[in-house]
Design a protein around this ligand. Structure first.
Ligand code: ADP
Ligand code: MG
Length: 316
């Protein structure tokens, strides 16, 4: 019996908005403290023998890296967005890797894979930016920033205004094979951070970075399918998925089947740029070999696995 047969493979995705919280300054102490809280229940799963691949978002963090580049542009040449993506993948990967190391102390090896994801430069996303990054602004600040910096800003799920950047769909995860083989050996792999670094494939096959931010939910769904995970756990800053979210009659979803969630998706309950990609990823995962998707907040994982919290979506 291989390691793979004994222990089910689970992809766990940590939301960028769970690592830097709205209204916080985003200091490294705050980020480490959220990372510890996010991974404490994941460490419990690893102790029980689950093989885990962790993906994570980078929205607030990559937005801050871009702002830092702009603020220093007269002294140090500003870096393109794809390098900011790579920086965020390394920095956040390091935080999660060290936090898990400290929580597990030798129970498992943990490694971060800087992951490149091939996108199609003809993707309509390049002319229609939808992915919120960086801090939240007031409506007045948004108008000023739009005018002075030429940014596009949108209202993000009742939380304030944010800059949006192009977010193409992931086509292929370049490092999928190494992620899969490491996880088969029992290594805890952190991969596709921030959705991975978007790259284009040039004629002849070389890769080149592209200025965009892939929604980590789409890359997570693709990775989960490519490595044949059975369960996908999506941890975000809301306790479950709601219908009519933010409206007076909002209703939480507990246990839903694939066909039901498809129907709610078609009724526009899940906006692009936030809950929409999580639901699309869930649907695509369950249409393949995936068996179960859980969407909840990090502190509710164990309850959600017992059916006592969160939203559970199954193919049957
Ligand atoms: P993450 O960093 O985890 O990807 P996002 O901000 O992209 O977080 O997505 C989670 C957010 O989606 C929630 O905090 C909530 O504000 C928003 N949201 C939008 N629609 C819904 C919905 N139908 N149910 C729950 N949350 C929703
Ligand atoms: Mg998101």
């Amino acid at each position: 019996m291989t390691q793979q047969d004994k222990h089910p493979l689970c992809v766990v995705s940590l939301g960028g908005n769970a690592l830097i919280r709205r209204g916080e300054r985003g200091t490294i102490e705050e980020q480490f403290s959220h990372t510890r809280a996010c991974t404490s229940q994941i460490s419990g799963m690893i102790r029980k023998g689950w093989r885990i691949v962790i993906t994570h978002g980078n929205g607030p963090i990559v937005g801050n890296i871009v702002l830092r580049n702009e603020a220093a542009k007269n002294t140090i040449p500003p870096m393109p967005l794809y390098i900011c993506d790579a920086d965020s993948e390394g920095g956040i990967g390091y935080m999660i890797q060290q936090t898990l190391y400290n929580q597990l102390r030798g129970i498992a090896s943990i490694v971060t894979i800087i992951t490149q994801v091939v996108v199609d430069v003809e993707d309509g996303a390049f002319s229609n930016p939808t992915k919120p990054i960086g801090p939240f602004y007031s409506a007045e600040e948004a108008v000023t920033l739009g005018r002075t910096k030429g940014w596009k800003l949108i209202e993000d799920s009742g939380r304030g205004y944010r800059r949006v950047v192009p977010s193409p769909r992931p086509g292929r995860i370049v490092e999928a094979d190494v992620i899969k083989s490491l996880s088969q050996q029992g290594v805890i792999v952190i991969a596709a951070g921030g959705g991975g670094i978007p790259v284009r494939e040039l004629p002849g096959g070389s890769l080149q970075g592209v200025d965009a931010v892939i929604d980590k939910d789409f890359s997570t769904g693709l990775l989960a399918r490519e490595i044949k995970a059975v369960r996908l756990i999506n941890l975000t800053d809301v306790d479950r998925v709601y219908l009519d979210y933010g409206k007076p009659g909002q209703r939480g979803l507990n246990d839903v089947r694939l066909d039901e969630i498809r129907g709610y998706f078609q009724q526009d309950h899940f906006p692009a740029g936030s809950m929409g990609p999580k639901i699309v990823a869930a649907i695509e995962f369950l249409e393949g070999e995936g068996e179960e998707v859980i969407i909840t907040s990090p502190e509710l994982v164990e309850d959600a696995m017992k059916g006592k919290a969160g939203t559970r979506i199954t193919s049957r």
